[in-house]
Ligand binder design. Structure first.
Ligand SMILES: [Zn+2]
Ligand SMILES: [Zn+2]
Length: 409
């Protein structure tokens, strides 16, 4: 045999169907087409995000949006397979998208360099078939959980610390959800993150959790495997957690209990896609649309999240209209410029969560409220509701993947 090694040509002759995914197709239930067509949103491009995206690329997910606001530091390189030393200083989302397409050139990966809570409209979540998160904080997880519930999408969470980790699947509209799992300690940490007047207290200590590439590989691997199973309607870790303790190599599945008072369990009734951009619609026009569709005059327009619309100085009474996302104002910006001196005055933050027909707001276009593009607004009456996705903004968040939404499915 040594004189007659099998050549490449001979191998191809024996296996004419060989391609990149042919070994995956040998799994009886595997549907490569389903994977390739699935729309995936990954939030977080850190240690877990790298492993999640690496696996998504290897199994052939071809439509991916990745969201991360941070830039790459040298210390990230020990846990990030898709980053190169030359990427230090670059955006994590942009670099990871490039790394993804190096692995799978036929994929379209759109990076969003942003804070998902402030800058991503709910239209992004509605676009997704599955949302995967590789985060290091409860605040963003809680936000994703509520957003996923509103648009009825499943999400898969991963968390790592040291050489331990947990992966969990939260199916659409089915408790117990992530918020149901939160205990007193979690809420204490969550509440500490934001001061009572909504000014951001201190620099975000994210990205300092001690982790290894090995535990992120294990947990990120489970997350993507569960995503593949969700897509194929196979049994998953639905509303459960898979815990892996690296020190004693023990693993087990935890079951969660539904919290009947959980605030997350709310799914929008119906979502209508409007072709306009948010710059082409005023609050009053949107309200009018809702009045017509709901066939009643008594309605309010609810926002997807609170916005800070005004800062008021309790000392001198000066007010400043701002219209920015909650979390966008730090302590320094919150101080009254008119009361400078040895004892600066912190201003009171006023937030808005809906439009009730106030004349001062009526003519504001939807893009000037401090809400993100491609967002969803809900018009509600006493008895019914209708939600509008501002789909004219889709390209702003989906980039080249927007073309696919026009064709529908
Ligand atoms: Zn819940
Ligand atoms: Zn003042």
């Amino acid at each position: 045999m040594a004189d007659h090694p099998i050549t490449v040509e001979a191998t191809l002759a024996v296996h004419p169907e060989e391609d990149r995914f042919s070994r995956l197709r040998l799994i009886p239930w595997w549907d490569q087409q389903k994977i390739s067509a699935a729309r995936i949103v990954v939030i977080g491009a850190g240690a877990l995000g790298n492993e999640i995206l690496k696996n998504l690329a290897l199994v052939g997910f071809a439509q991916v949006v990745v969201v991360d606001m941070d830039h790459i530091e040298t210390s990230n390189l020990s846990r990030s397979v898709l980053f190169r030393a030359s990427d230090v200083g670059s955006s994590k989302a942009v670099s990871i998208a490039r790394g993804y397409m190096d692995l799978l050139p036929e994929a379209t990966v759109h990076p969003i360099v942003a804070n998902v809570m402030q800058h991503c409209g709910l239209g992004l979540f509605e676009w997704a078939d599955i949302i995967l998160a590789g985060l290091d904080n409860r605040e963003t997880r809680l936000w994703i959980n509520r957003a996923a519930w509103k648009v009825n999408r499943p999400w898969i969470d991963g968390a790592i610390e040291g050489i331990n980790g947990v992966a969990r699947v939260f199916p659409s509209g089915q408790p117990p959800c992530y918020e149901c799992t939160l205990g007193e300690t979690d809420w204490a940490i969550l509440n500490r993150r934001m001061s009572c007047n909504l000014l951001l207290h201190e620099a975000n200590p994210q990205g300092r959790v001690p982790t290894t590439p090995t535990i992120s590989s294990i947990i990120g691997g489970i997350q993507v495997q569960e995503a593949v199973k969700v897509l194929h309607s196979l049994p998953t870790l639905a509303s459960k957690g898979y815990v892996f303790e690296g020190l004693h190599h023990t693993s087990y599945v935890v079951e969660y209990t539904e919290n009947p008072d959980c605030m997350s369990h709310y799914t929008l009734d119906s979502i209508v896609r409007l072709p306009q951009r948010s710059s082409e619609l005023t609050l009053e026009q949107l309200m009018q649309l809702g009045r017509t569709d709901l066939d009643t005059q008594e309605v309010v327009v609810e926002f997807s999240r609170d916005i800070i619309h005004r800062l008021v100085c309790p000392r001198c009474g000066a007010t400043e209209d701002v219209f920015v996302p909650v979390g966008a104002i730090d302590r320094t910006r919150g101080l009254c410029p008119d009361c400078a001196g040895p004892e600066p005055q912190v201003r009171i933050v006023q937030t808005l969560t809906s439009y009730k027909g106030e004349s001062a707001l009526a003519d504001r276009t939807l893009d000037t409220l401090g809400l993100p593009l491609f967002d969803i607004f809900t018009v509600r009456s006493a008895t019914s509701e209708i939600s509008y996705c501002i789909a004219g903004d889709a390209a702003a968040l989906l980039g080249p993947l927007e073309a696919d939404t026009k064709e529908g499915r």
